[in-house]
Design a protein around this ligand. Structure first.
Ligand code: GDP
Ligand code: MG
Length: 438
């Protein structure tokens, strides 16, 4: 999605107002990208309509290009579509809070049950009881018991000869006796939705009266995830969704559609197989991720507040025309520094973590060295690094307490950096012809 958007961005920058053609063109790309990411087509249609309406005719903020402005709207709307605010897990008025985990086989229910228990204890200081109510999948009980042992948390089970309804009933009694404040019931899944399974889950629900029914959905299954969520929701009135396997390649289409179609908030995201890889789901972060633009909006915000606009414009012009010098470099270094740690800033820039940019990685210590080298240059050298011969390099190395290799490396990096800046300037402002990368 990032590539698509930025491709379009280059076409519509440098204008004062967002025009209808601009928006149309960008929206075509956004639409394709969302469909490619496996977002439900009805959801896409609605979404595009609302973005168009919001973006059109908007006064472009001073420090944003029309393209960035549209992206900002897209980002805001995506966030809203996925629920806006972060949605928290239920807490019952009277302990224990009963949580029932449901979902297809392999979605990640058992793993998530343990992850959730860990999260509740760690972040909310709770004492959950894990309940093994999947009596069908071979070794499912064992799996939960192993996880419980790993967490040093009790797991309630009655083997695989007692019905899940009975297990749930006794587990809740046991939880009351032992003063657990959460009961997490791991249930069975099937490969596909079937009536027997649903009937059983309904019975468990009847008895356990859960405060929360969390539907565990594998994010990698894309469009299927939406159908699954729809049927589970119809039958059980799900109260929240956990999207698992978001650490995989998935483009996040499921996240967008599931919330929009079922109107059930996504509460957690599974980010890996390990027990601590469960995170509260943040719609805004997911939106940025789907847009594939790192944290480009917060970068824009930061830049807005800290960089002097006039100077920034001047600099951009220099970047584009390649007459960016070491003097400018020092000046920019100061400005950038006032924005925060360099690593953080660089990571926020789209394309910065892509291949080919790796050798440009900067850490703050390295920057100190770089600054010393630059400050050891003469005025002439700073303005025109091309005059840098061997004896000048030697002198600079000596003067800055570095080595000739350091100086050489910097000169090389400076050239690379100029090239990169030219690209970035072309991407984010002005009339540069170069197509943005990243
Ligand atoms: P269940 O059948 O729904 O109980 O699914 P399991 O909890 O047994 O999980 C199925 C597989 O998915 C296991 O191999 C888990 O390790 C894996 N899994 C679960 N959640 C995640 C996740 O967030 N990321 C990744 N990469 N794997 C996960
Ligand atoms: Mg399981």
């Amino acid at each position: 999605l990032a590539e698509r958007l930025q491709g379009t961005l280059t076409k519509i920058r440098g204008k004062g107002k967002v025009s209808e053609t601009d928006v149309k063109e960008m929206m075509r790309e956004v639409r394709l990208a969302l469909l490619e990411a496996d977002v439900n087509f009805k959801v896409v249609k609605q979404f595009i309509a609302s973005v168009k309406e919001k973006a059109l005719g908007q006064e472009v903020m001073k420090s944003l290009t029309p393209g960035q402005q549209v992206i900002k709207v897209v980002n805001e709307e995506l966030t809203a579509l996925m629920g806006g605010e972060q949605s928290k897990i239920a807490v019952a008025a009277k302990s224990p809070t009963v949580v029932m985990m449901v979902g297809l086989q392999g979605a990640g229910k058992t793993t998530t049950t343990a992850k959730l228990a860990n999260h509740l204890r760690k972040k909310h200081n709770r004492q959950p009881l894990l309940v093994a109510a999947d009596i069908y999948r071979p070794a499912a009980i064992k799996q939960l018991e192993t996880l419980g042992k790993q967490l040093n948390m009790p797991v309630f089970s009655l083997g695989d000869q007692v019905s899940p309804v009975e297990i749930a009933k006794q587990a809740i009694e046991k939880a009351k006796e032992d003063h657990h404040d959460y009961v997490l019931i791991d249930t069975a899944g099937r490969l596909h939705i079937d009536e027997t399974l649903m009937d059983e889950l309904k019975q468990v629900k009847e008895i356990a009266k859960p405060d929360e029914i969390l539907l565990v959905v594998d994010a990698m299954t894309g469009q299927d995830a939406v159908n699954v969520a729809e049927s589970f929701n119809e039958q059980l009135d799900v109260t929240g969704v956990v999207l698992t396997k978001l650490d995989g390649d998935t483009r996040g289409g499921a996240a967008i559609s599931v919330k929009a179609v079922t109107n059930t908030p996504i509460k957690f995201a599974g980010m890996g197989e390990k027990i601590d890889q469960l995170e509260p789901f943040h719609p805004d972060r997911m939106a940025s991720r789907i847009l594939g633009m790192g944290d480009v909006l917060s970068l824009i915000e930061k830049a807005q507040t800290s960089v002097d606009e006039e100077k920034a414009r001047e600099l951009e012009k220099k970047m584009r025309t390649m007459d960016f010098t070491f003097d400018d470099f020092l000046e920019q270094l100061d400005q950038v520094r006032s924005m925060g740690p360099l690593d953080e800033l660089l990571n926020m820039m789209p394309g910065m973590n892509k291949k080919g940019m790796k050798d440009l990685k900067v850490d703050d210590k390295q920057i100190g060295k770089v600054e010393a080298i630059v400050r050891s240059m003469t005025k002439k050298e700073k303005q025109d690094p091309s005059i840098m011969n061997a004896s000048r390099r030697r002198r600079i190395a000596k003067g800055s307490g570095t080595t000739i290799q350091d100086v050489n490396r910097l000169l090389k990096q400076f050239e690379d950096m100029k090239k990169m800046m030219k690209q970035m300037a072309g991407m984010t402002s002005g009339k540069g012809k170069k197509k943005g990368k990243g």
